[in-house]
Design a protein around this ligand. Structure first.
Ligand code: CP3
Length: 344
């Protein structure tokens, strides 16, 4: 059983302890803004080939640690590995984002659960093990998955859409089939996160990137409940499992998500005001929430944004991060500027 180490700043923050300087990592910190990533990426055919190649995926996971000295590494993979293991065809075409075969016929949605091939996830666990054995001490390793709702939006639509109309419509028209799909994704996510924790992840993050498009009842049903079930199942086997939830755009539903899912910490998107963030921090550690565009812009705007976040949140349990993933055209010098500012 994996006992999360408290020898690192991230685990301390997730346990509710404040530190003089907060741990820092960035969502999507391994990626196209790094020349060393682009070099590795150019050597492999498809993006999935990189995710499923443990040696290269471990190398890419470690790149931002080696360059910047972040306090946590996040496993290099993608949330669409689960649809891949469920037998959906998943392709990444340059500039076009992910493409899956859309799945909008209820009869076909019913079949998804029958095709889960856990063997397809084995290379990911191998990556976790490789990274774990080469991380400097004091640096935490974060595993992750997409939340069932967010992963379902890609499975139904077959691509990213601005407001997830295909999945929202499908869930209204065919609630039983949609519930079944979400159930399949809950089970697969539990299996997948358990595998990552067993292989050495210190904590896991659940990315619910599309939580913000749902009205309150649907948010409760398709985001809060599935996340709560995943976390409860993880803790049955590993009671001390640390989970960060990232319900992007949740706003009105955020408090309920924080109270009822069982997360240890909440990742806040950049639209959450710092007063609300402080209020949430009274009951849970918070992570975030620098606007990725402030990091992209750099200069005085970046300094001002970092200072405001630090002033509001660094007195309590806190993990410094972005409010969403780093943008591919972010200059490296801006990341260095941000780190210096946070670490004083
Ligand atoms: O954080 C990290 O550094 C770890 C790796 C990671 C990736 N994707 C690598 C990736 C993580 C944590 C993700 C999560 C992910 N993937 C999410 C949730 C977080 C978020 O950003 O909203 C989502 C919605 C996806 C699905 C996905 N994967 C999309 C929409 C895209 C295309 C857009 C884009 O950013 O390119 C991807 C591709 C992807 N995932 C890339 C990387 C580095 C770029 C592909 C490439 O290098 O060719």
């Amino acid at each position: 059983m994996n006992e999360p180490s408290v020898q690192n700043l991230l685990s301390q923050a997730l346990s509710g302890q404040a530190s003089e300087i907060p741990p820092v990592w960035l969502m999507r910190q391994a990626g196209r803004y790094l020349p060393e990533y682009r070099e590795v990426r150019a050597k492999v055919g498809g993006f999935l080939d990189l995710c499923l190649n443990p040696k290269l995926a471990a190398q890419v996971t470690l790149q931002p640690i080696q360059r910047f000295g972040f306090d946590a590494a996040i496993l290099f993979s993608d949330i669409l590995i689960i649809p891949h293991a469920l037998g959906r065809s998943v392709r990444f075409e340059t500039g076009a984002g992910p493409q899956l075969d859309p799945l909008d016929v209820p009869e076909k949605v019913r079949e998804v659960g029958t095709k889960f091939d856990q063997g397809k996830l084995a290379p990911i666990y191998e990556t976790v093990g490789l990274v774990k054995s080469s991380l400097p001490s004091g640096v935490a390793l974060i595993g992750f998955c997409g939340a069932p709702w967010t992963v379902a939006t890609y499975i139904i639509a077959g691509r990213g859409t601005p407001d997830q109309t295909p999945a929202r419509l499908f869930a209204y028209r065919h609630p039983a089939e949609f519930a079944r799909l979400v159930g399949t994704l809950i089970d697969a996510s539990v299996e997948y996160l358990t595998g990552q924790l067993r292989a050495g992840a210190d904590a896991v993050q659940i990315f619910d990137t599309w939580a913000g498009v749902l009205p309150p009842d649907e948010f409760q049903r398709w985001c809060v409940e599935p996340t709560r079930k995943i976390i409860a199942a993880l803790r049955e086997e590993m009671p001390r499992t640390k989970v960060i939830g990232f319900p992007r755009g949740a706003r009105a539903g955020l408090a309920r998500y924080v109270e009822t899912t069982g997360i240890n910490a909440v990742g806040l998107d950049w639209m959450i005001g710092l007063d609300q963030a402080r209020e949430i921090q009274r009951s849970k550690p918070v992570q975030g929430n620098l606007d990725p565009l402030a990091l992209r812009a750099g200069g005085a705007a970046l300094d001002r944004s970092v200072d405001a976040i630090m002033a509001a949140l660094s007195g309590g349990p806190f993990v410094f991060n972005l409010g969403h993933g780093i943008l591919p055209d972010t200059p490296i010098a801006h990341v260095e500027q941000m780190l210096k500012r946070v670490r004083g």
